[in-house]
Design a protein around this ligand. Structure first.
Ligand code: ADP
Ligand code: MG
Length: 226
């Protein structure tokens, strides 16, 4: 098994004035293609953990490796490149652009890659097909259900075929039927490593592996439970 993400002794204390210790001694390896749920109460450090996995935040201590490469010595510009090429993000609030079609929303996921416009659209159509929305390319986000909007956001996250998709409460704004569709789409991303945060036990159970955080520490990891 090839490691996709490795955290070794990771801690995060936000600087003054907050000085909150959000994570302490976090160790885990996510293997390529694994689907992992992160659970824990509000304030447990889940979003901080996802931000560190996604190189949006730097840890205060410890090491983060992405596809085997240590990120600690990387400059911000290098980290942006790692994000653009290797990581797709999905958030609870979708963040779609209302004035663009579904197709163009997804195509924006390739802007930082320098892909020409026609090629961006072709690949966006492919990604929408992967999430079951081939019939919605000309729609505007406002014409879609919440579950469809989140599937557009997933298509935008995967259009560049990143190795890793990080999702912060992707079903948090959805009813259970729409949430189920979104989870099914994420679980079906073969070859893609998925780490998602959820408050929902059914969503967590649909992933291969569950990690539970409490007060910034891992208190349960289903892979380590044996
Ligand atoms: P969760 O996503 O599990 O609710 P977070 O990672 O958002 O938890 O937050 C963990 C802790 O870190 C909380 O006490 C929160 O208030 C604090 N925190 C999160 N982000 C920041 C920040 N940017 N600055 C200061 N403190 C923060
Ligand atoms: Mg959070």
């Amino acid at each position: 098994m090839t490691p996709a993400l490795e955290l070794i002794g990771v801690g995060k204390t936000y600087p003054p004035p907050a000085r909150v210790t959000a994570l302490s001694d976090v160790d885990f390896i996510v293997y390529r293609g694994q689907k992992v749920a992160i659970t824990g109460a509000s304030g447990a450090g889940k979003s901080t953990l996802l931000s560190i996995l996604g190189t949006l935040e730097r840890p205060s201590s410890g090491t983060v490796r992405i596809a085997g490469t240590d990120t600690s010595a990387m400059r911000d510009a290098q980290l942006s490149r790692v994000r653009a090429w290797h990581i797709g993000f999905v958030f609870q609030q979708f963040f779609l652009l209302e004035h663009l079609t579904v197709l163009d929303n997804v195509a924006t996921g390739l802007v930082y890659r320098g892909v020409p416009a026609a090629e961006r659209r072709r690949r966006a159509a492919e990604a929408l097909d992967r999430v079951g929305l081939a019939g919605r390319v000309r729609h505007r986000p406002a014409q879609l259900s919440g579950g469809e909007r989140q599937r557009v956001a997933i298509a935008r996250a995967v259009v560049g075929r990143p190795a890793v998709v990080l999702a912060d409460e992707p079903t948090g704004n959805l009813d259970s039927a729409n949430g189920r569709d979104v989870v099914d789409v994420l679980a079906a991303l073969d070859d893609t490593t998925v780490v998602l945060i959820t408050h929902n036990a059914d969503v967590a159970a649909a992933m291969q592996r569950q990690i539970h955080l409490r007060d910034g520490r891992i208190v349960h990891d289903s892979d380590a439970a044996a």
